[in-house]
Design a protein around this ligand. Structure first.
Ligand code: NAP
Length: 312
């Protein structure tokens, strides 16, 4: 097995919770350095303030995983591709559709592997739901992705800034499952986006979708950051033959007609790095930005509502 030298850029919450421990235990990768603006270190590995310093000091890094907020991803990805690195991107791929398209085109020009990850897709329950809907068709599907922003994004002011996605930051995880399991192509038909009076991104979003299915299944999403108590990361579906499916625990579990059929511990990031190793072996890219397009469309045609100011 070729062991690839990898570096991680941006040592925030998700890098520390998932990327570092998962890469450490994957034999396909050797973590050789990190980039952290704040100078955070990991296991005594070399830490650099900028990717440019890291590429200069350790030129034989093969790949980087970019775990920064989305608004700075494009520049960091282009710089990595120009330095000859293969690139894994945290979700959401970029702050805009044009930036995402540019990253993909640039990777092609440079002959590098680019991997736009959607961690919520990497669950066996999601694949099982996809397979059932492919056979039985979908009559209705309702996404409820509701959590307490103070619990899940404590002090992360970037989520409220332009390019920070607001409640679409978790909502896009649900959309990544939605586009993976749906046997038809969905379109945003209408949306309502509710913004706190003092913030630049939405705290609540309602979306109604149309689709390429002539029977017009009822497809809807409800994203909310004002949930108190336990988070609700659910997708309820009814097949055309009347079976009731429920994906819950963020896509880690599935029930069919009330019986739990798939219940796995979440190993999303383990699967992501296995997939990255496979892509690197085959010199293939995986770059699907459909979830980002749906967010863009909701922002483009959605109605804007205003609610109470939000403070931490
Ligand atoms: P975070 O805790 O705010 O961490 C982001 C890190 O990126 C910062 O701590 C900083 O690390 C670095 N950074 C910030 N601004 C930067 C800039 N201008 N240029 C370069 N680096 C910068 O955020 P997070 O929760 O880890 O989220 C990061 C991404 O992962 C988001 O797109 C999010 O949607 C995704 N994600 C998050 C979670 C989660 O549970 N939090 C789950 C899945 C995916 P340094 O100071 O070390 O450079």
């Amino acid at each position: 097995m070729t062991r690839r030298k990898i570096a991680i850029i941006g040592l925030g919450k998700i890098a520390q919770d998932q990327h570092l421990p998962v890469v450490d235990k994957n034999p396909a990768f050797e973590l050789v350095a990190v980039t952290s603006q704040r100078g955070i270190t990991h296991r005594g590995l070399p830490t650099f303030k900028t990717p440019a310093e890291m590429y200069k000091a350790i030129p034989d890094i093969d790949a980087v995983a970019i775990c920064t907020p989305p608004d700075v991803r494009h520049a960091i990805a282009i710089e990595a591709l120009d330095a000859g690195k293969d690139v894994l991107l945290e979700k959401p791929t970029a702050a805009t559709l044009a930036e995402a398209a540019d990253i993909e085109a640039h990777a092609q020009r440079r002959g590098r592997v680019i991997f736009a990850t959607w961690h919520s897709q990497y669950n066996p329950a999601v694949e099982e739901a996809r397979s059932i809907l492919a056979g039985a068709g979908v009559k209705s599907l309702k996404i409820s992705w509701r959590e307490d922003v103070r619990k899940w994004h404590p002090g992360q002011d970037w989520v409220w800034e332009p390019g920070g996605f607001g409640v679409f930051d978790p909502g896009i995880n649900a959309l990544s499952i939605f586009v993976r399991i749906l046997p038809v192509t969905p379109f945003v038909k209408s949306a309502e986006l509710t913004y706190p009076a003092n913030r630049q991104t939405p705290i609540g979003v309602q979306i109604v979708f149309s689709s390429t299915d002539p029977d017009g299944p009822a497809l809807a999403a409800d994203f909310d950051w004002r949930e108190q108590g336990d988070e609700k990361w659910h997708i309820e579906m009814e097949t055309k033959s009347g079976h009731k499916l429920r994906l819950f625990r963020g896509g880690a579990s599935l029930s069919v007609d009330g019986n739990v059929t798939v219940e796995q511990p979440s190993e999303e990031y383990e699967r992501i790095y296995e997939r990255f190793a496979e892509l690197l072996d085959n010199r293939q890219s995986d770059f699907d930005i459909t979830p980002l397009r749906l967010v863009g469309d909701a922002m483009m045609i959605g109605k804007r509502l205003t609610t109470d100011a939000f403070d931490w």
